[in-house]
Design a protein around this ligand. Structure first.
Ligand code: SF4
Length: 339
């Protein structure tokens, strides 16, 4: 499959009154046609900053690209002008935001929000854009599109609003869709419908999807590959099966262990004790060291290199070093990983 996106050694900081926040540190990943890559991690891990930097939606300053490249069709977009990015956004990449209520303009009819990009970027006439708008509303499963195209967002239900956001993101037929927590604001039934819709669109158009989520249930349902982020770094990547059934990083173990389990009679929710590192002064060694029950002396001092356990899985953890003690993942983490 063709490579659509390649992120190399990406580091992004924010300059604040309190100092420089190193939000994303040396991140690498790629995305192929027809593939869904899920980036998971808790709040503040750097996942949203990573994808917003791909769309070039971050304000610079206070943000700053410290290093690295973002290759789209082999071309680095880090230093593109805003005008060049306007064409790339929409045509090459579409973005689905978390909350449809804030990403839709409440004062503009949904139809106009869909057709705007078509008229601007695809040089369509108003009539052609309207036809395409109706087609897109049909594609995302909005009933009675002829009536709905003339309605305002507040006249749509929550699920329909998210479908409208997806229609806008798809309007210029982008090759890459970036979905930042696309189902968080929705109830579980609608969530399943939206994930099914994304899968359906992907199989028809071979779209590459980068899915940001903290919900491992969504990952299990939607992703092909997973990148686990912690403290601004990717600490483990692998196929969805590798991450759920052969996770190697203690933070991935913690995430899997914190999933609610249907067969847990007591119904206790597990959590990972402690809090994420302060990225104004990130740890010199492993970012998870302060919370890791298996931390060793070396973990505080040196960031581990990635160790490959297959052609698709690599993990940054000293436990994979041949000199480290053998530690097995906790038994209880697998019960919650039903796929
Ligand atoms: Fe834990 Fe050390 Fe591995 Fe970090 S490198 S996850 S602190 S064992």
């Amino acid at each position: 499959m063709k490579k659509l996106l390649e992120v190399n050694n990406l580091s992004i900081s924010f300059h604040t009154y309190g100092g420089e926040v190193q939000a994303v540190r040396d991140v690498n990943f790629d995305l192929h046609e027809g593939e869904t890559l899920a980036i998971v991690g808790e709040s503040g891990s750097g996942k949203s900053v990573t994808v917003q930097s791909i769309m070039r939606l971050l304000s610079m300053p206070p943000g700053e690209f410290k290093s690295g490249s973002i290759l789209m069709n082999g071309e680095d977009i880090v230093h593109k002008t805003e005008k060049e990015m306007e064409n790339i956004r929409g045509q090459e990449m579409g973005m689905i935001f978390q909350d449809p209520m804030t990403s839709l303009n409440p004062t503009m009819k949904v139809g106009r929000q869909i057709t705007e990009g078509l008229i601007k970027h695809q040089n369509m006439s108003k009539e052609e854009a309207k036809e395409r708008g109706l087609e897109l509303l049909r594609l995302v499963g909005i009933p009675n599109p002829e009536r709905r195209i003339n309605q305002y967002p507040h006249e749509y239900s929550g699920g329909m609003r998210q479908r409208a956001v997806i229609a806008i993101a798809l309007s210029c037929d982008p090759k890459i869709l970036i979905a930042d927590e696309p189902t968080t604001a929705l109830d579980v039934t609608i969530q399943a419908q939206i994930l099914e819709l994304l899968r359906d669109i992907q199989s028809k158009r071979k779209t590459g999807i980068v899915l940001i989520t903290h919900d491992l249930g969504v990952v299990a349902n939607a992703a092909d590959r997973v990148a686990v982020m912690y403290g601004g770094k990717i600490v483990e990547t692998g196929t969805v099966d590798e991450i759920f059934y052969q996770p190697k990083h203690p933070y991935t173990w913690g995430l899997l262990g914190s999933m609610p389990k249907v067969d847990d009679a007591k119904g206790d929710l597990q959590s990972i004790p402690g809090s994420p590192p302060d990225l104004k002064d990130p740890p010199k060694g492993c970012p998870f060291a302060a919370r890791c029950p298996h931390a060793m002396k070396v973990c505080d001092q040196h960031m581990p290199d990635y160790i490959e356990s297959s052609s698709t899985q690599k993990t940054a953890c000293w436990l994979l070093d041949e000199r480290a003690p053998k530690v097995a993942p906790p038994e209880n983490i697998f019960a919650g990983g039903d796929k």
